[in-house]
Ligand binder design. Structure first.
Ligand SMILES: Nc1ncnc2c1ncn2[C@@H]1O[C@H](COP(=O)(O)OP(=O)(O)OP(=O)(O)O)[C@@H](O)[C@H]1O
Length: 761
């Protein structure tokens, strides 16, 4: 149905045009006002009186702030003139006479003449009734408490380039045709905002209490990434008095993924949020002296089955990763740091020419007790102040004491030695000696503190890590953790060998960040107050812990899907420990998203069959929204040539049908390289091979290994399996699940004979 067929089309079109005219007027006014304010800033600079500049300076600041505000709203107005709103609700508050119309968009816009809101921001408390409410009685939470009312109309619009394309009324049965239409669209290689179609269960996450750590287990395609970004936009809007956008950090798995989500935050007006990866963030803290070895290397060798888990040494390789990411390991580090702390103060008193100013015990006491909340190195500065003060206080007394001692000695010579040359010489010698001693004391007191402080350790965090790994300490202090000695030996030697080559693996990053935080402290203050972690199933306990410590906050939103936990050899297997042991168990909140929006019923059904083969109660099956599509096509071929021929034909067909993005997903990088090379040679379709090092991707057809496709989505997916079989084992099943759930509309599995035999069932 086109918009024109709707009974209220004329009324709605008029309202739209009126709003657009109003926005255009506001844009012109903003432009004029900017010119005017710029003139005023210029004048203020001319008037700047350097002797009494406070007045002009205040003017400059005032007009600059105004320009900032104008610019902030100006961009929003420019966007809004093409699409001012996306929905309308007709609502009557309990006790009020008549229904009023409210239009919901991406900004708040007041009508200057009536002082009514022409557009209401989707993040406002009121807008919740659009997302949560059905026709009839509704309520929403406002600052003043729960507000009740009645909703008589919920209407959605498609507006493209200021033209009203479609109007849809959501009826009581609430079959959301608007959502269906949005999910049915073809997508390029960027994630989009969903402000118009946020679902109630998603709205609950977006608006969840800011103060509680929130863990969201969401099935593949349930909108976790999208919601994470919308939540940040919501928090920035709601808490603009308390937080700057720069106080928010979103941690994504890799730079490619950051590029994939890069358009959403600016669309939501939250572009200043810090967007980074765990790896990049930690390197910004510990410096770039060491290089990270490819974080996927171990996973690849496990996938490739290069690792023989019956072989003790190779088993240790995997167990090392798991242990390094555990709180048990952190506890051993804590004991090591305690040992460093206890022997940190130099093993000598603070002495001025034989006079003890502070003995070591006292200094140690100050170091251990007065400043125990500071990292060890940051305490040195404080100890230094204590030494300098005490020295300043004691110095004159020492000088006086020296003078007195000599005066007494001189006096006793005067009394005991008869007057004459001998007495004179003795006294002169003593006076010289006294003056020399006084001079020496004065001189050495000038450098005494510096000298003492220079005896404190001066190492970097890598020195400490190496020392920790070399200490008998690590082998003897397992404490509560029951770890085999053999594994500990392996872990230490393996890590030391990496350090010798100036290399680190991703598991080392939490350890180094933690040691730096506890021992050396950071160079600059970190002002992150809210953290959002996406793809959090790949994090270890230690990673969560270290972030919580460094940021000194419990304000986290953690989103992930255990079914996609392909790094589970080094990361979490359930959320319980995170909820109860890493964060405050009484505060933390756990929410589930079971509805999947990305893919069709047919594709999701098949993917669910795959994940069901893993016996783990924690794995939740996805419920696809009602959107049907073609059944996935599973085909086996006799040769590689046949597979590649079919891939080429299929991709050409898909592009011809108007699909914009296609992923050719191989199991391993090795397989992907082979597919890519073959396709390159034939030159029929242009593809891009994704290897994990890219900062961005802008190709529509990509060849990508299964583990790297995580988080991304494509109109169509062709899973290609030439070499490495998918076995009916947990990791392979998860990889296959990830690959399958990347498809929005179409899924094909092209494999050699008996490569993924269990799919035939
Ligand atoms: N309420 C919604 N309205 C419209 N589209 C939605 C909605 N929720 C999610 N989607 C769409 O579903 C797709 C999947 O979303 P997203 O990538 O955020 O999910 P995810 O849970 O992070 O997935 P995965 O874990 O599989 O990577 C995206 O195309 C997103 O736009």
């Amino acid at each position: 149905m086109s918009a024109k067929d709707h009974k209220d089309y004329n009324e709605e079109e008029n309202r739209l045009n009126e709003t657009i005219d109003y926005i255009k007027g506001a844009i012109t006014a903003a432009q004029l006002s900017k010119i005017e304010h710029q003139g005023e800033i210029k004048q203020a600079y001319i008037d700047l009186d350097y002797l009494d500049s406070s007045q002009s300076y205040a003017s400059i600041m005032l007009y600059s702030t105004m320009i900032d505000d104008l610019e902030k709203n100006f961009d929003k107005l420019l966007t809004a003139q093409k699409k001012p709103y996306f929905a309308r609700v007709d609502y009557k508050q309990e006790g009020e006479g008549k229904f009023q119309q409210f239009y919901i968009g991406k900004m708040t816009l007041y009508d200057a003449a009536t002082n009514n809101q022409r557009i209401i921001d989707w993040r406002s408390p009121f807008a919740s009734i659009y997302y949560d409410g059905r026709l009839g009685k509704v309520s929403y939470e406002a600052v003043a408490g729960t507000i009740k009312g009645v909703l008589s109309l919920k209407r959605q619009y498609t507006i493209e380039n200021a033209k009203l394309e479609n109007i849809m009324d959501v009826d009581i049965t609430a079959t959301d045709t608007f959502l269906q239409a949005s999910l049915g669209e073809n997508k390029d290689n960027r994630l989009k905002d969903i402000v118009a179609t946020i679902q109630s269960e998603q709205n609950a996450i977006i608006r969840a209490d800011i103060n509680t750590p929130l863990v969201v287990q969401g099935v593949a395609g349930s909108g976790k990434t999208t919601i994470a970004l919308h939540r940040i936009a919501y928090l920035i809007y709601t808490y603009e008095e308390t937080f700057f956008p720069e106080n928010f950090m979103i941690l994504a798995p890799n730079r490619l993924f950051l590029n994939y989500i890069s358009e959403v935050l600016p669309e939501l007006g939250a572009d200043k949020v810090i967007q980074t990866t765990f790896t990049d963030f930690i390197f910004s803290l510990i410096g770039n002296k060491y290089k990270l070895i490819n974080p996927d290397e171990k996973l690849i060798s496990i996938i490739n089955q290069d690792v023989d888990l019956d072989n003790n040494e190779q088993k240790y390789l995997i167990e090392t990763s798991a242990f390094k990411g555990s709180i048990g390991f952190k506890n051993i580090i804590d004991r090591y740091i305690q040992h460093v702390e206890e022997s940190f103060v130099p093993d000598e008193d603070f002495v001025l020419e034989g006079h003890i100013i502070l003995d070591r015990k006292e200094i140690n006491n100050i170091f251990l007790n007065n400043y125990n909340w500071l990292p060890l190195y940051k305490r040195i500065e404080q100890v230094k102040k204590h030494l300098a003060n005490k020295l300043k206080n004691d110095k004159s007394a020492i000088l006086e004491k020296i003078e007195n001692t000599y005066d007494n000695r001189i006096e006793s010579i005067r009394v005991s030695v008869p007057e004459g040359e001998e007495r004179r010489l003795k006294i002169v010698a003593l006076i010289n000696q006294r003056d020399e001693t006084l001079l020496k004391v004065k001189k050495s007191s000038g450098t005494l503190v510096k000298k003492y402080i220079s005896k404190f350790p001066q190492k970097d965090v890598f020195d400490y890590y190496r020392e920790f790994l070399s200490s008998d300490f690590i082998l003897q202090n397992h404490g509560d953790t029951q770890i085999e000695k053999g594994l500990m030996h392996y872990l230490c030697n393996y890590t030391k060998q990496l350090l010798d080559k100036k290399q680190l693996e991703v598991e080392d990053l939490s350890i180094l960040a933690y040691m730096k935080y506890r021992i050396l402290g950071f160079d600059k203050e970190i002002d992150i107050k809210y953290v959002v972690i996406d793809e959090a199933q790949d994090f270890s306990h230690f990673q969560f812990y270290v972030l919580k410590e460094i940021f000194k906050t419990q304000q986290f939103t953690i989103l992930g899907d255990l079914s996609q936990g392909i790094h589970s050899y080094r990361s979490i297997n359930n959320w319980d420990y995170v909820l109860h042991n890493i964060f405050d168990a009484n505060k933390s909140q756990y929410l589930k998203l079971e509805q999947s929006y990305r893919t069709t019923i047919e594709i999701m059904d098949l993917a669910n069959e795959v994940i069901k083969k893993i016996s783990n109660e924690e794995l939740i099956l996805a419920k696809p929204v009602v959107r049907h599509g073609e059944k996935p096509i599973i085909q086996q071929f006799d040769s590689k040539i046949e597979i590649i021929d079919s891939v080429e034909k299929k991709v050409q067909g898909l592009l011809g049908e108007g699909y914009q993005s296609v992923a050719l997903i191989g199991k391993t990088p090795r397989e992907c390289k082979e597919i890519f090379k073959e396709l390159e040679k034939r030159k029929k379709i242009k593809t891009k091979l994704l290897e994990g090092k890219e900062d961005q991707y802008d190709h529509n057809i990509v060849v990508v290994p299964s583990y790297l496709a995580k988080g991304l989505e494509f109109d169509a997916v062709i899973i290609i399996n030439i070499d490495d079989c998918y076995k009916e084992e947990e990791l392979d099943l998860k990889l296959l699940y990830v690959a399958m759930t990347r498809a929005l509309h179409k899924l094909y599995v092209f494999s050699g004979k008996d490569k993924i035999s269990f799919l035939q069932d």
